[in-house]
Ligand binder design. Sequence first.
Ligand code: G6P
Length: 369
Amino acid sequence: DPGDAEKGGYDHFMMKEMVEQPKAMMEALMSRCCENGASFAGLKLNAEMMKKINRIQIVACGTAYHAGMVGKYYFEKFARISVETEAASEYRYKNPIVDENTLLIVISQSGETADTLAAIRLAKERGAWVLAVTNVVGSSIAREADDVIYTNAGPEIAVASTKAYVTQVGCMMLLASFLGNLNGKMKKEDAARICHGLMMTPGLIDKALETQDVIKAFADKNYQISDLFYMGRGVDLYTSMEGSLKLKEISYIHSEAYAAGELKHGPIALIEDGTIVVAVCTQENVFEKMLSNIKEVKARGAHVLAIVQAGHEDIASEVDEVWVIPEMDDDITAIPTIVYLQLLAYYLAVARGCDVDKPKNLAKSVTVE
Ligand code: G6P
């Protein structure tokens, strides 16, 4: 295969790109992640302009949409700004409320997605300020936006996005703390704490990559499953959604990601003896709540894999399998945790003999509707 050389010795571009994530994160954080908070050189958006902004919208598709959900979570948490995150294909067809006092943030790896581009054009027509977070320099989205933040992940070839996602999430966290600083809502020590936490993420991703054998063994044992459920609370919900998307994209296993407290309103009816439920439990403030949700699905026969931070190993008595991630600041778990779920999707797909880099029906970049 002529493409083999570019895979750098890995079987798939997806694996190569997962392994490149620590470096991609470093590049995304470089010169932006400063000791006392985030800074974006070259960004035109400033405190004066932010004064007239009364609405922030985040619009994207696919994996980038999930980065947008994480973005919303941290814009609200750090900057106390309420944000709407929407899929570009919905935004553009519903006469959105957008005007000259709106900040529209679009996220796109390729910078070429048709729906996202259309959302920019609509918002600009109505006077909004458009800030693009993209990986591709000179892309259509980068050119049409008023402001650009490059994610600097390097070229991404595999259809399933991995390194672009972690850098998008990193940029959203930085941007949230940047805006929190501009509007004075974020405490200096919190801004410093986030930057410190983000600087740890390359090393934490390396730790995740080191657990591949465990993840592969789990996949080799369970690859014949027909359904997989993910559940989480807070930011773990978005990590779950992205993990579920990775799985669908490359392994063709049906899966759902649910807010753990919502399971009892429907999906719990689908849990049978042996159904695997991945419970993402990295957030201390809802840890006990996750435990009760785990008990609910266990009572229906679920086989539960829990992902917890070090210090919570004793969850082993409640579940069937535990993956312990290093102890870290709860506000940065979205970045390292997704790597475990990417690897899970990857090894399940490989075990099923799927074409990981070129899944059926999917394209890397959707430039037509
Ligand atoms: C396609 C890709 C996804 C990607 C989405 C948005 O569906 O297969 O991996 O998340 O488009 O792409 P963008 O380039 O705008 O981030």
